[in-house]
Design a protein around this ligand. Sequence first.
Ligand code: EPU
Length: 426
Amino acid sequence: MGYIEVTGGRVLSGCIRPAAAKNSVLPLLAAALLCGKPCTILAVPHLRDVETSLALLQAVGADAAREGENISLRPVRRICGTVPASLAGAMRGSVFYLAPLLVRAGYAELALPGGCRLGPRPIDIHLAGLTAMGAQAEVSRDQVRLNRRGALHGTEFALRLPSVGATLTLMMAGCCAAGTTVLHGAACEPEIADTAAFLNACGADITGAGTATLHIRGTGGELLGGCCHAVLPDRIAASTYAAAAAIAGGEVTVEHCPPELLAAFLDFLSSAGCTVTRKRENFTVCRHPGHPLRGGQQLVASGYPGLATDSAPLAAAVLLYADGPSEIYDGLFQNRFACAQGFAELGGGAKAEGRLLRLAGGASLHGGTVSAPDLRGGAALVLAGLGAKGTVRVSDTDHIRRGYADLAGDLARLGADCRSVTECPR
Ligand code: EPU
């Protein structure tokens, strides 16, 4: 157990490069099970969810290992379809193993991803799509088992809502199915296009990834080849650094990250009074410390290219300091704004009413110890500390470590008074 300690009042400056996107790396590691030749995923950050994925891969018999900053997988003959409950329950990303295990082992047995703090996260769309491709699903209270007889077959399937995870599941399943799978109403997140680029480099035939309609021509049961893949930059980490510049003031350049990956978030920062300069492969966010942040914002988090749900708590941390009230509505998760309690404990005017977060603005936050309720909410509390008068300690940093290898170090390198402490606060 540890905490992140941040003392407000420092102006930020400098350049930072976001790590590879967590939400690409997790499905990529699962998708690599579909490969019959070696694969390497380059520059994979040291995140808790990545370590869990490696343990999961090893538990089902895959030959997966870190080699410096990269992760390599070598093909093995047999894969086991049962995921140990402790690993399945440790991250939502375990759901990405449903389709690859079903393809490789002929069955997939998985404890249902645990009750997540963001609200209910059912997997009915994953199961409906796989069933339409010929799988049989048995679901009990806390476990799912999928079986197949023969290869899965292509199908035409409309997702009842554009789930990122279900789009990935059905795209992976379609790659080794017999015939063509057409997905309608798919999610359009860049991490889906990135996973498709990896699969296509391994010999899959996917078109339309990143749009609402995908066509996947399957191999009829054959495994794919292999490849070496450089992952998309993490647009949520990039949004975190951009929000840090907005809250603390100063000038931060985020490098090797095309601004269109987080266009809606950068549009929000512009309308809140920051100067945002966009180039092809990088962008700069600048706020003069004496220049106020503008409130009166009505934000709605939705699927890509809208404002990402993962960046909604980061936007909230910015708007705590704005010169008037704002609201943020999250269309995806029921409990996205659990961080409101921590904001309020630090003196910020924040109140979550279901999916709606009301922010009073005009905050003058003081120091104190608050607990990270989840990954992005925890990052938002650290960001809020950048503007506090005093020292903010954010505990339960295991949540934050799921998605940031060293958030405190990143902010400190930009000039913040911020550090990670490994023992518990007294
Ligand atoms: N949903 C269903 N049925 C399903 C699947 C989803 O009802 O079968 C609902 C969910 O309950 C939720 C909504 O659809 O209300 C969106 O869920 P989605 O499937 O799109 O999200 P996910 O795949 O579970 C990924 C990321 C999340 C990110 C969302 C949305 C990973 C591991 N997780 O989750 O990231 O918020 O997409 O972009 O890729 C995070 O990084 O902290 C994180 C939560």
